[in-house]
Design a protein around this ligand. Sequence first.
Ligand code: UT7
Length: 332
Amino acid sequence: MAKIHAAITGIAGYLPEDILDNEELSRMVDTTDEWIMTRIGIKTRHILRPAGKGTSDMGSEAVKQLLIKTNTAPEDVEVLICATVTPDHQFPATGNIISDKAGLKNAFSYDLNAGCSGFLFALSTGAKFIESGRYKKVIVVGADKMSSIVDYTDRATCPIFGDGAGAVMLEPTEDPEIGVIDEIMGTDGAGRIHLHQKAGGSVKPASHETVDAREHFIYQEGQAVFKVAVSKMADVSVEMMERHNISPEELAWLVPHQANMRIIEAVARRMELPKEKVMINIEKYGNTTAATLPLLLWEWEPQLKKGDKLILSTFGAGFTWGAIYLKWAYNS
Ligand code: UT7
């Protein structure tokens, strides 16, 4: 019997309506459009503003759209994995809430936290469910409301992040020319000192003091993270090319996490890829954490052709990093 692969058979995304541009940010903190464009490469980011709306609202919109696009009855979905660092609540899992809002009555669902590598790790996990032969329809969501943990008085982090969500459908295929082929992933918990949220977890539960000290926002030592991000993302991406003898000419697309334009360019340089083969939308959406990869695939879907070779590459809090090699499964 031929080996079962997991193929992405559909993709959808959701971006909230409100846009925060560099001009507005410059009125909030001491920054400029020129600094943000030169150092990060972001012009605008989408922000989920209505009070009482959370990550599940964006994730469930993406899932509803995915069900329509793939002509899937909600009750046929068996598993939903939600990658996020901004869950609606500490518990229950945001995946449970997304399943409820999207009407997935027969799916079991849960969350997975791997920082900005969340979608890639969840895609790997979802693919294993399919490869086991036991499940036929698995949805992987990447969704983050980063504006809920961004300190809009901290000019070093507030220009970077935006809100959004994306979702893919995974289904089995026996065609070796399509689907998820391979992965390389890693973590280093020692890296947590450079990028984390200080309070709100079991080590330091929320208190008046933690709120006063602004410890519920993202804490990031940018330069330390930058250096490791470039080397890890480039290392795993190049290793993946070598492992499968993929030349820069053969690779259709690099799908890199959107943290900083300079990181993306450095990774592409190490892979000897021209810019035309690199998916980039950081200028419009910023870093949407777990949503960056599915939002890229969603936006590029019309250009993707069956059999196209893609490398997805990420780095994030943890530290976490990884690359997935897949062959696109369909023509739009
Ligand atoms: O997705 C998860 C993983 N995260 C990442 O991959 C992020 C990695 N890090 C980065 O992308 C970059 O390090 C940042 C964008 C966060 C910062 O860029 P940088 O080029 O490393 O800047 P820096 O922190 O070294 O700061 C350089 C200067 C400093 O001023 P002085 O000390 O040289 O006078 C900062 O105070 O730029 C200043 N600065 C700003 N100036 C204007 C910092 N933020 C701003 C700002 N506007 N928004």
